[in-house]
Design a protein around this ligand. Sequence first.
Ligand SMILES: Cc1cc2nc3c(=O)[nH]c(=O)nc-3n(C[C@H](O)[C@H](O)[C@H](O)COP(=O)(O)OP(=O)(O)OC[C@H]3O[C@@H](n4cnc5c(N)ncnc54)[C@H](O)[C@@H]3O)c2cc1C
Length: 477
Amino acid sequence: MKPESHVHVIVIGGGAAGLAAAAAVEQAGLSCQLLEAQTRLGGRIRTVPLRSGGLFDEGAQMVNGDMHAVLGLASQAGLHLSPVPRTGIGLCLAGQNTRRFEDLISVGELHELLEEQVVRWDSPGEVLRALRLKLAWWNTPWESPGEAGRGLRLLVERRTAPKESLAAALRALLLEAEEHAMAYSHFSEILGAAPEDVHAQAVRDIFARYASERDDLEFQVAGGMIGIVDQLASELRHRPRLGAPVERIRTTGDRVEVIAAAGVWTADHAIVAVPPPAARRITFEMDNSDELAALLASFAAGAMIKTVLVFDRAFWRLKGFSGTALFADTPGLAVVDGSGDGPFPPRLTAFLGGPLARQWAVLSQEARHDLLLGRLSRVFGEAVGAPLEIGEAVWIDHPWSGGGYNATVRVGGDPDAVARLSAWGGRVRFAGAEVAGRFWGYVEGAIHSGRSVARQIAGTAGAGVFCETGSPRATSR
Ligand SMILES: Cc1cc2nc3c(=O)[nH]c(=O)nc-3n(C[C@H](O)[C@H](O)[C@H](O)COP(=O)(O)OP(=O)(O)OC[C@H]3O[C@@H](n4cnc5c(N)ncnc54)[C@H](O)[C@@H]3O)c2cc1C
């Protein structure tokens, strides 16, 4: 097939990362063609209207005050940021008990403990600690073995369980049963996977890349996160090609050939801004394609069902509840008050991540909603059973993203896959939320990653160097 055209850079994928990369490439004075598989831009950002008024962000929705790339784009586009309502009591359902969040371990504390645990997992001090607990166990009454008993179990598990999993690291924290169940549920939700299947070392790296002391759920973009996509797209000089899934990328000497059903393009460089599970569907023909295949295979796609429940009034607030809830007995289920500050009716937004999401996904939508409403009514009461409207987005085995929220490194994968893929050099480079050096797994991270790869290429191409303000400046080279 005759090449459509030759450009400096081809960007594959029109999500936040690809759009940011393409805009940055063009701002550096290089020519660029973006190819997107779907007939729309945005990837895991997609905003749809609700019957009851307002919009539903089926994918990304929230940002915090340290996510400067997203905030900058919102400000350029004149978008209003609406605070996520968080006042009131957050709840955790464990067995028959509904506990206040504040009476349990905080998520921040949990992340810190886990980080320490992964670091010391193999240290002699850790083994000694477990042995000391075992000795203490002999002097502990049988009816209340407490931490010592759990220490003994840990010692046994250290010999039997695959120690690299997040589940093993969580057990090693010796949390109380309810706290452990809560932690397990929390990680199933944020990773969209069972902690048994996720690499603990990789999770620690994800925390390290969260470049903020603030909660991630501070603001939502009024008018939907799609406003950020529109702003990024408006910065492009050359129109993206939609409905052009890339099938093959081949490096030949001094150029890259990118092959899609829609045509063939050649370029000096390609930026693959496609999540690793989707990138596995592309055939790479280059020197180190075996090594690349192993890296891409290290990631497992997350499974996530996001549901919005619209109500005529925020009845949970009348009870003093914030709307935040985590279900320790339904691993992976969490709820937040997703109401905006506009004229539209209030809403709760539920996230179900991990294996349970996969189980629920094969049920009928009606059965799924009944299950969800049943769970929520145990925390918020019967009023939850009469929503004005339910909207739902199932991010499981999605053809172009793999799933949601993101793909994480699985047990058995290369724990350094994120770092190695983001440092992948040569004519074909990788960008996206999954390889982001800052704010891994967020829209902010995707934008940051796209811009940073574009900067590297602009540097090697000797073009104008992209600066954060967005305008190119001449390079001294
Ligand atoms: C339900 C849900 C809620 C979320 N909530 C938040 C949140 O509140 N805040 C936040 O910051 N983040 C959130 N995220 C995460 C965030 O959406 C993603 O991390 C981010 O949007 C990823 O951007 P990306 O550009 O890296 O990848 P994507 O958005 O997945 O973009 C990749 C693009 O590549 C295209 N593509 C794939 N294969 C090919 C191919 N072969 N050829 C051409 N194109 C291809 C896809 O169609 C897609 O458009 C959420 C995600 C989900 C699913």
